[in-house]
Write a protein that binds this ligand. Structure first.
Ligand SMILES: Nc1ncnc2c1ncn2[C@@H]1O[C@H](COP(=O)(O)OP(=O)(O)OP(=O)(O)O)[C@@H](O)[C@H]1O
Ligand SMILES: C[C@@](O)(CCOP(=O)(O)OP(=O)(O)O)CC(=O)O
Length: 391
């Protein structure tokens, strides 16, 4: 009798927030970057994508993806590239071992849920494509390492390659035309520096104006600052950042993180037409962090911003009190403090203007920390009859 089994594998995957930003492609179709980048993988206890990949000879029609309960196209060049590479690896296994079920020939059904806003500058594409690749690789029982799989996730979304690993992760730009040397690399596992924390001030959970993909293309074409950033600034910052992480030197980590975010946003402003990702609320967050560092007499926190106004503030657990005493007094009423004692009092930011803008502009907070890479989970979003489970 023909194989009617429903094969399934599920994973969760993390978001990562870069401290050295990827911005610019040297090859847009393969998603090869103009510069290397480096990120901190964030804990899946707070932000995660949960994806189930399933296939069966009984599934009819094309591959499908249900994302947050809505059908999502898998016929984009990026998704097709990921699926093609994964199928090719499975097919190699099947050719080598004829008793294996021919999963590579079956239609795929994918169901995925992000526990945070999608396409709102919270790196959903990173967690999303990392989860998609990891779940299908598990379904196909591929033996490739996370670094090898990162080559595939990169084709879905550049930053996704860094979400295949936990801790502190670099993405080396590589020099080969085929991109085989453009993959994620572990700089240090979470266990090396586990006390890294991140406070995210969610400024806008709405879909952003200029997508990263479009924005970086325009920057490459029009910004003259971009050339210096790629050739001179980033290589130096990468070296300094790796050293800071290896020696757990937070002050240097923080200074490079802030300089890097500002260099990236300066390049956006130097783009024609200019791209504005930061807004008044972002600038108030920058001011609050600067005031806090000045008051502490050392650098205890670092801000960074991706392609949107949300602030990510990195700090060490030992300095949590100072960070909370700055932000809690004005953001106490907002959602997201979790188990934190929201009664903690403190002076808050010194400048009344900063207080007013943050109070009004921050919609919620996320308190999280450095975390692990994708985790295989037994909870499937597709049942053993191939039906989507209610989420
Ligand atoms: N769980 C998921 N599974 C598969 N694809 C996903 C998933 N989540 C997001 N995506 C893809 O990523 C796209 C959103 O990417 P986009 O870069 O616009 O936003 P973002 O990643 O949230 O923001 P940013 O990259 O600026 O941090 C979605 O439209 C979808 O195609
Ligand atoms: C500002 C960034 O977050 C840009 C991320 O860009 P994407 O990875 O979303 O771009 P595509 O490769 O076109 O999908 C910086 C970073 O994460 O390094």
């Amino acid at each position: 009798m023909a194989d009617q089994k429903i094969y399934r594998a599920s994973t969760t995957a993390p978001v990562n927030i870069a401290v050295i930003k990827y911005w610019g492609k040297r090859d847009p179709s393969l998603n090869l970057p103009t510069n290397s980048s480096l990120s901190v993988t964030l804990s899946q206890s707070d932000l995660r994508t949960h994806t189930t990949a399933s296939c069966s000879s009984t599934f009819e029609g094309p591959d499908t993806l249900l994302l947050n309960n809505a059908p999502q196209s898998l016929s984009t060049a990026r998704s097709l590239a990921c699926l093609k590479s994964l199928r090719a690896l499975r097919s190699e296994l099947e050719d080598a071992e004829s008793s294996l079920p021919k999963l590579s020939t079956y239609s795929l059904r994918l169901v995925s849920v992000n526990n945070f806003p999608t396409a709102a500058g919270l790196a959903s594409s990173a967690a999303g494509f990392a989860a998609l690749v990891r779940a299908i690789a598990d379904l196909y029982e591929l033996q490739q390492s996370p670094t090898e799989l990162s080559l595939i996730a990169r084709q879905g979304s550049g930053s996704a390659c860094r979400s295949l690993l936990g801790g502190y992760v670099a993405w080396d730009h590589g020099i080969r035309d085929d991109g085989l040397d453009s993959h994620a690399r572990l700089v240090a596992p979470k266990s090396h520096w586990p006390d890294m924390r991140a406070l995210i001030l969610v400024v806008s959970a709405a879909k952003k104006g200029v997508s990263s993909t479009t924005g970086m293309q325009t920057t490459v074409q029009t910004s003259s600052l971009f050339q210096t950033r790629t050739k001179e600034v980033v290589p130096k910052e990468m070296a300094e950042m790796e050293k800071a992480i290896k020696s757990k030197d937070f002050a240097t980590f923080a200074k490079v993180t802030m300089r890097e975010s500002n260099s990236f946003h300066a390049t956006c402003l130097d783009t024609d037409p200019p791209i504005f990702y930061l807004n008044d609320v972002s600038r108030a967050a920058i001011k609050a962090v600067e005031e806090m560092n000045e008051k502490a007499g050392r650098t205890i926190a670092a801000y960074t911003f991706d392609a949107g106004p949300n602030a990510v503030i990195y700090y060490l657990e030992a300095d949590e009190d100072a960070v909370l005493k700055t932000f809690l007094p004005i953001l106490r009423q907002k959602e997201g403090w979790g188990k934190t004692d929201t009664k903690i009092d403190g002076p808050g930011p010194a400048s009344p203007q900063v207080v007013e803008v943050l109070e009004e502009g921050v919609s919620r907070v996320i308190l999280t920390s450095v975390g692990e890479g994708p985790i295989s989970v037994p909870e499937h979003l597709i049942d053993d009859e191939g039906k989507t489970v209610d989420t």
